[in-house]
Design a protein around this ligand. Structure first.
Ligand SMILES: Nc1ncnc2c1ncn2[C@@H]1O[C@H](COP(=O)(O)OP(=O)(O)O)[C@@H](O)[C@H]1O
Ligand SMILES: [Mg+2]
Length: 342
């Protein structure tokens, strides 16, 4: 199949994605689809494989150390089939990425404006003057005050929030269709976090961007995303519209995330870390559902057999044997999430 035969209306489509480092399977059969112009949030505890999934869309891996299987389509390209040259154009030109730490995206010895104009000139035949004009327009777009002057700043001369905006400008410089964001606001303080999330939402709407945002902040996910995918031990366990997942969860892990948030502080940035027990050792994956050892509804079958993905309602898919019981327990009100003793 050629690179142009991929599904056309999806901005990103992962089919049977598996990523292993050595013998450790860290992404274990992910199917995920993001429609054009939409935002998808990928949530889950630390170590669940969110960043690896996101980075695989740009094939950002240490060469030779990882094994990738499955299909990745993004911005109409068959990502795993791209040669070196096509991959360089694809990165930034079709799909670009922002990170938690903007200092890593910028070279400390050049001004931010110069780095943005050079990125544009690497991808397009355009004069330095026109590239500078586009960089200025981008700074205005991401609402950096005194944009003309700020283009001549070195990265360290900007505040954290401003640097985050400058990194978004850099990511958008070559007009990508898809923006990948890995915990883009985690390092910022609460009020700045909200501003950056609202900016991403606005850019997505105004530019028709498609966004995948990785976060372990459920509040951030609800703020910015049309759809939410919940990841556990390298698998998507629940996916649906933000409303379906947050208001009508059917997977005990999602319920645990929601409860841990409700029990803890409701402020922005509260972490999804308080479900009792800990994620499985991915190098020694237990048979059956990986969440079973921590699940308040687990029964024998859960420990033997991985549940298939089932559809709760259109667009709302869950991989659990006991979705009805989970949903009923959630609707019945707060209930502690018990840790099952081995
Ligand atoms: N380059 C790498 N080499 C080996 N293992 C890795 C590498 N990157 C991530 N991992 C492992 O893959 C698993 C998933 O990591 P990651 O995707 O970063 O989790 P998350 O972003 O959900 O916190 C973790 O167990 C992590 O240690
Ligand atoms: Mg991560």
């Amino acid at each position: 199949m050629s690179a142009t035969d991929m599904t056309h209306d999806a901005a990103v489509e992962l089919s049977g994605l598996r990523v292993a480092f050595g013998k450790t399977q860290v992404v274990d059969g992910v199917d995920l689809r993001l429609d054009r112009g939409q935002a998808l949030a990928l949530i889950g505890e630390s170590g669940s494989g969110k960043s690896v999934t996101l980075r695989s869309i740009l094939r950002l891996f240490p060469a030779g150390r990882s094994r990738i299987e499955g299909r990745i389509s993004a911005a109409g390209k068959d990502v795993l089939a791209l040669d070196k040259r096509a991959l360089a154009d694809f990165r930034g030109g079709d799909v670009s990425m922002i990170f938690q730490e903007p200092l890593l995206a910028f070279d400390p010895v050049y001004t931010v404006g110069r780095q943005i104009t050079e990125s544009i000139q690497r991808h397009e035949k355009i004069s330095a003057q026109d590239a500078r004009a586009r960089a200025l327009a981008l700074f205005e777009r991401v609402r950096i005050p005194s944009p003309e002057r700020r283009l001549d700043n070195y990265p360290h001369e900007m505040s954290g929030g401003m640097r985050q905006r400058a990194m978004i400008a850099l990511a958008l410089a070559c007009r990508p269709q898809v923006l990948l964001a890995d915990e883009p606001t985690t390092a910022l303080d609460a009020t700045v976090q909200i501003q950056v999330l609202l900016l991403l939402r606005e850019l997505q709407r105004d530019l028709g961007l498609s966004i995948v945002i990785v976060t372990h902040d459920l509040g951030a996910a609800v703020e910015v995303a049309d759809r939410i995918a919940v990841m556990y031990a390298g698998k998507i366990v629940e996916v649906g519209t933000a409303r379906q997942v947050v208001r009508d969860p059917h997977h005990p892990y999602t319920i645990g995330l929601l409860r841990s948030r409700a029990e803890g502080a409701m402020d922005k940035g509260s972490r999804l870390q308080t479900i009792p027990g800990s994620p499985p050792d991915l190098a020694n994956r237990p048979p059956g559902c990986p969440f079973a050892p921590r699940c308040f509804l687990a029964e024998d079958r859960c420990r033997r057999e991985m549940p298939p993905v089932g559809t709760i309602s259109p667009g709302h898919d869950v991989a659990c044997w006991r979705t009805e019981e989970a949903s009923a327990a959630y609707r019945a009100g707060p209930q502690p999430v018990a840790v099952e003793m081995a």
